[in-house]
Design a protein around this ligand. Structure first.
Ligand SMILES: Nc1ncnc2c1ncn2[C@@H]1O[C@H](COP(=O)(O)OP(=O)(O)OP(=O)(O)O)[C@@H](O)[C@H]1O
Ligand SMILES: [Mg+2]
Length: 319
C-alpha cells in the first residue's frame, strides 16, 4: 500500500463535486470497472485515488499506468511483465503492473491512446482475469480492480473503429464524469487558497490573499486547462506578486484567452486570432510593453506590431 503522502490531497467545496464523492463512496465498494471522463486537468487521477481509498481494497496497492507514455511493445511488458530473453533488452524476468496490483487496484490513465492489439489483450484480462508475460505461455491469474481514464471523446473513437466497443463497454460499467473547473466556482476559491498556501511556502513569500479584482478575474475565467492551469497561475502569481495581496495583473489571465472559451468558436480564423493576441500580449508583458523591443523579439516590423495591437484589441491591463 502507498503511504498517505503518496496520495494527493483532494480539495473539494462545490456541491457538484461533493455529490460526485457520494457517488464515488457507493461505487468504491464494488469491484466494477470505472471509466473516468473529463477535460484535461480536472483531476481524474485524484478521483481514481479516491475510489481506491474508499474501497475495500484500500490496504492493497494502487498501481498507476500512463498508457500514453510508452510505445506499444514497452507498454505491453509494463502491463503484463516479461520473461528473460523475451526481447533483446529483456535481461531478467520482470513482473508487470497487473501482477503488482494483485488484490488492489490498477489505474489505466489515458486509455484512449492504446493500440488495437493491446486493447484485445486488455479485454482478455478483464474478462478472464488471466494473462501471460511477454515471451511466456504460462497463464497468470490476478484479482485486480480496473479503473481507467481519458480526456478523449472515447465514443467517437469507438465510432471511428479506433477503440473496441466490447472493451469500451467492459471499462464503462460505471462512468464517472468530472466537470470542468469553470462549473465549480466554489472550488476555484478553495483551490486558489490551497495553492497559494503551497507556493507561499515554496517561494518563502507572504501574501494576505487575493484582491477582490483578482478573485473576480479567477471566477470569471474559463480555465481551459482546469486545475492544472489554476495551479500554474497561482505559482506564477506568487513569484511575480509584489504587494501584500495577489493582484489581478499578477495572474496574467488575459481577456482574449477566456473569450475564446466563452464564444466557444471552432472557426480556425478566430482561434488563430485568439492565439495571436494571447501570444503577442505575453511577449509585450515580457518586454514591459516596449513595442520596439517586442517587435524585435517577434521578428516583425514595429508598425505591423502596432497595427496588430489595434486590430486584435490587445490592452495593457496596467494602463
Ligand atoms: N480537487 C483537487 N484538489 C487538489 N489538487 C487537484 C484537484 N484536482 C486536480 N488537482 C491537481 O491538478 C493537477 C491535474 O490533475 P490530474 O493530473 O488528476 O488531471 P487529469 O484529469 O488526469 O488531467 P489529464 O487528462 O491532462 O491527465 C494535478 O497536479 C492535481 O494534483
Ligand atoms: Mg491524468
Amino acid at each position: 500500500m502507498l503511504s498517505k503522502k503518496e496520495y494527493h490531497t483532494l480539495v473539494v467545496k462545490s456541491p457538484i463535486i461533493v455529490e460526485k464523492l457520494a457517488v464515488i463512496d457507493r461505487i468504491a465498494k464494488t469491484d466494477a470497472s470505472v471509466l473516468i471522463l473529463g477535460e484535461s486537468g480536472v483531476g481524474k487521477e485524484l478521483f481514481a485515488e479516491q475510489i481506491h481509498l474508499r474501497s475495500l481494497r484500500r490496504e492493497a496497492r494502487f498501481i498507476r499506468v500512463n498508457c500514453a507514455a510508452l510505445p506499444e511493445g514497452l507498454l505491453e511488458s509494463e502491463l503484463f511483465g516479461h520473461v528473460k530473453g523475451a526481447f533483446t533488452s529483456a535481461f531478467t524476468n520482470r513482473q508487470g503492473r497487473f501482477e503488482l496490483a494483485d488484490g488492489g487496484t490498477i489505474f489505466l490513465d489515458e486509455i484512449g491512446d492504446i493500440t488495437l492489439p493491446l486493447q484485445a489483450k486488455l479485454l482478455r484480462v478483464i474478462q478472464q482475469k488471466t494473462f501471460e508475460k511477454v515471451g511466456s505461455d504460462v497463464s497468470i491469474t490476478v484479482n485486480v480492480r480496473i479503473l481507467a481514464a481519458t480526456n478523449k471523446d472515447i465514443e467517437a473513437l469507438v465510432a471511428q473503429g479506433e477503440f473496441r466497443s466490447d472493451l469500451y463497454y467492459r471499462l464503462n460499467v460505471l462512468p464517472l464524469y468530472i466537470p470542468p473547473l469553470r462549473q465549480r466556482l466554489e472550488d476555484i476559491r478553495e483551490l486558489a487558497a490551497f495553492f497559494l498556501k503551497r507556493y507561499m511556502l515554496e517561494t518563502k513569500k507572504r501574501f494576505n490573499g487575493f484582491s477582490n479584482e483578482a478573485m473576480h478575474a479567477m471566477l470569471s475565467y474559463a480555465w481551459p486547462g482546469n486545475i492544472r492551469e489554476l495551479e500554474n497561475c497561482i505559482e506564477r502569481a506568487c513569484v511575480m506578486g509584489k504587494k501584500s495581496w495577489i493582484q489581478e495583473e499578477d495572474l496574467f489571465l488575459t481577456k482574449t484567452a477566456s473569450s475564446f472559451q466563452e464564444t466557444g468558436s471552432r472557426k480556425l480564423k478566430t482561434a488563430i486570432n485568439v492565439f495571436k493576441a494571447h501570444f503577442i500580449q505575453r511577449v509585450l508583458e515580457e518586454n514591459k510593453w516596449n513595442q520596439t523591443e517586442t517587435a524585435k523579439v517577434l521578428d516583425i516590423q514595429r508598425t505591423y506590431l502596432s497595427r496588430l495591437i489595434k486590430e486584435l484589441d490587445i490592452i495593457n491591463p496596467k494602463e
